[in-house]
Design a protein around this ligand. Sequence first.
Ligand code: SAM
Length: 293
Amino acid sequence: MEKLANPQKTIEVLKKYQFRFQKKFGQNFLIDGHVLDKIIGAAEITKEDFVLEIGPGIGTLTQYLAEAAGHVLAVEIDRSLIPILEDTLSGYENVTVINEDVMKLDLAKLLAEKAQGRPVKVAANLPYYITTPIIMNLLENHVPAESITVMVQKEVALRMQAGPGSKDYGALSLAVQYYSEPYLAANVPPNCFMPRPNVGSAVIRLKVYSKPPVAVKDEKLLFSMIRAAFGQRRKTLVNSLGNSGAVPFPKERLGQIIQEAGFPAAVRGEALTLEQFAGLADRIFEEAAKGHS
Ligand code: SAM
């Protein structure tokens, strides 16, 4: 089958199957071969790899993945795309398509079964309405993937990469950087998609760590502190944490701990690095263990 990655071929397939785009599924199909090459290059896929693709659409990226990888497992929620995929991917023997909502699958279990020990890589042009939940689902559930290379909204890519002092820095930056090393591989304008999205896009690759870059005694506490700190971003850390219920002792003691850790009393969460959040989480954990209530 001729490659789909151009507007003419895409329109031909859509017409043949009288496909109607569903806004609720975030359907913006890629129509630019250069962008597809960028995704494949950034993902560093080899014939040894087992690739999970989320949302194959009409199979545009899937064709490129199938040529580069050992096997591709593609998960598509929209039932009306399944007969199209059977057609557009009929020339590839190393592709399996399943009609499921990726958020409802136990991906760690599925990949353990299907990949059979091969290195797993995730690649996708993600539906923008659930970008963050999909990425956090993959990272938090320790899906056995070495890397995650995805097209996302430009703004989300910037947030994943940001550090302290940037307006883009927030809970997503810290969560992503706890589990992986982000690298922005390409900026992609709206005219590379059909239909065109209203926002700019970017390809970002997350290299998943086998071990987080910081050690922390209580991971759950760290993330509830991060959520609290950025939930009330303009407040001082003592107020945002103190008001949140994340810290099980009085605000006054929290203020002392923040200063003992070397921060000014009025410091805000947005000034702290991941390592500093982890250090503070350990101090709070130890204080809580002393039995304050
Ligand atoms: N990969 C194709 C491409 O690049 O042309 C399509 C990308 S499009 C941005 C997102 C795709 O994800 C659509 O095919 C959409 O139907 C699918 N999708 C949306 N939500 C999904 C979900 N919860 N689980 C699986 N697939 C989903």
